[in-house]
Write a protein that binds this ligand. Structure first.
Ligand SMILES: Cc1cc2nc3c(=O)[nH]c(=O)nc-3n(C[C@H](O)[C@H](O)[C@H](O)COP(=O)(O)OP(=O)(O)OC[C@H]3O[C@@H](n4cnc5c(N)ncnc54)[C@H](O)[C@@H]3O)c2cc1C
Length: 368
């Protein structure tokens, strides 16, 4: 089966890799370089549990989270790239008695060993993460909330994909999907026609534009996220610290990532003074010692989002051979391994290997 994948973010690279492993002839088209957009801009946190009861989204997220140890090992063996999968757990600081009460209730709801949820008192917080501000009165600790270096993860998936036989063509921008007699036949990229039996659109926040090229409609929008990084040698923090208005991600490679805004400003590509000031203020209130660290870089990315907040996964209705995998919003790094496997099983085997009802593109698709 000849497959054209559009978009070399984490979703396109991971899916191209899995498709090639099953013997498909895959061409991956990326207009810039792999990871150039949201996938390179992310913080890399792997947070599978929601606040509320189990949903189809949470089932997908947990399934993907469970794949990470194996994915990290497999990618390291195939590419030599260490994706920095850190499993020390995440601290959610608490400031009021009410927050502590809710955290204790939440910890009691998830008694299992797998995610290791615990409510910490102030003394335990001080012992485990001494740099946190003294007004932190307790914490919810989730040992299962891990993190990876997402830039390395995309690079590793891209390299593994090429090693598995994927033809990666960077610097090629797709302008439209070729649909003939109700079937996708390929795409047009910088004036060149690239043929395929199957076309998979994984172009992140730009996927709606490609769907529009054949008259379809998919309301994918960008949600801008701004972040910055500090030098973190020697480290001040040992866990991810995730508060209401800021999160801090210590990377083994010596950076502390600080994020992130969630803004609806279209494709306005800018790091703004106000956003960085807000994140800085929140970060310094939480960990005063960060004030001495050097700022190394600032950046933004466009998270692909649709109005119900769920991913869009599956065949495009009414066009044979056309598939979509996008709108992973705040969780595309976490969801990449399961998305890649699900899409591969579905495209090559004809049916999905899990419950996908909530993710089907049909919920948005209109006439094409
Ligand atoms: C600040 C920030 C923090 C985040 N933190 C986390 C986190 O901690 N954990 C987590 O799980 N997720 C996180 N995310 C979300 C995650 O980054 C996204 O959900 C994920 O990267 C989406 O991947 P993607 O491959 O769909 O999109 P993208 O990475 O945007 O990739 C799409 C690719 O398609 C290419 N493309 C677009 N149009 C065309 C075209 N016409 N022709 C050819 N190529 C095209 C683009 O160049 C791009 O490389 C974060 C995002 C941001 C911005």
């Amino acid at each position: 089966m000849k497959i054209v994948v559009v978009g070399g973010g984490i979703i396109g690279c991971a899916t191209a890799y899995e498709l090639a492993r099953t013997g498909c002839a895959v061409t991956l088209l990326e207009r810039a370089t792999p990871g150039a957009e949201a996938s390179g801009a992310a913080a890399g946190m792997l947070v599978p549990l929601g606040e509320t009861a189990r949903s189809s989204f949470e089932t997908l997220a947990i399934a993907s989270w469970r794949l990470f140890p194996q994915v990290a090992k497999d990618l390291r063996e195939r590419t030599g790239i260490d994706v920095e999968h850190v499993t020390r757990g995440t601290i959610y600081p608490l400031f009021t008695a009410e927050e502590i009460r809710r955290a204790e209730a939440r910890a009691a709801r998830h008694p299992g060993e797998e995610f290791g949820i615990a409510a910490w008192d102030a003394r335990e917080v001080r012992d485990r993460e001494p740099a946190l501000a003294t007004n932190v009165r307790g914490a919810l600790f989730v040992r299962g909330d891990h993190w990876v270096n997402n830039q390395r993860l995309v690079a590793a998936y891209a390299r593994a994909a090429v090693a598995a036989g994927v033809l990666l063509r960077s610097g090629l921008s797709v302008s439209r999907v070729v649909v003939e007699a109700g079937r996708a036949r390929g795409v047009v990229a910088d004036g060149e026609r690239v043929d395929g039996d199957v076309v998979l659109l994984a172009a992140g926040a730009w996927t709606g534009q490609l769907v529009g090229s054949f008259g379809g409609r998919l309301p994918v929008e960008p949600k801008r996220g701004q972040m910055f990084a500090l030098t973190h040698v020697p480290p001040v923090l040992h866990h991810v610290v995730h508060a209401e208005d800021v999160y801090l991600v210590p990377r083994p490679s010596g950076e502390l990532l600080v994020g992130a805004t969630v803004e609806r400003v279209g494709f306005e590509g800018a790091v703004t003074a106000g956003a960085i000031a807000g994140l800085l203020r929140a970060a310094l209130e939480l960990v005063p010692a960060l004030g001495d660290l050097a700022i190394t870089r600032t950046w933004y990315g466009f998270r692909p989002w649709v109005p119900d907040g769920f991913p869009v996964l599956g065949p495009w209705p009414g066009v044979d051979g056309l598939w979509v995998a996008t709108a992973h919003f705040r969780n595309g790094i976490l969801l990449a391994p399961i998305t890649a496997r699900l899409m591969t099983a579905w495209i090559t085997g004809g049916k999905p290997n899990m419950d996908v009802r909530d993710f089907l593109p049909d919920r948005f698709a209109t006439a094409h």
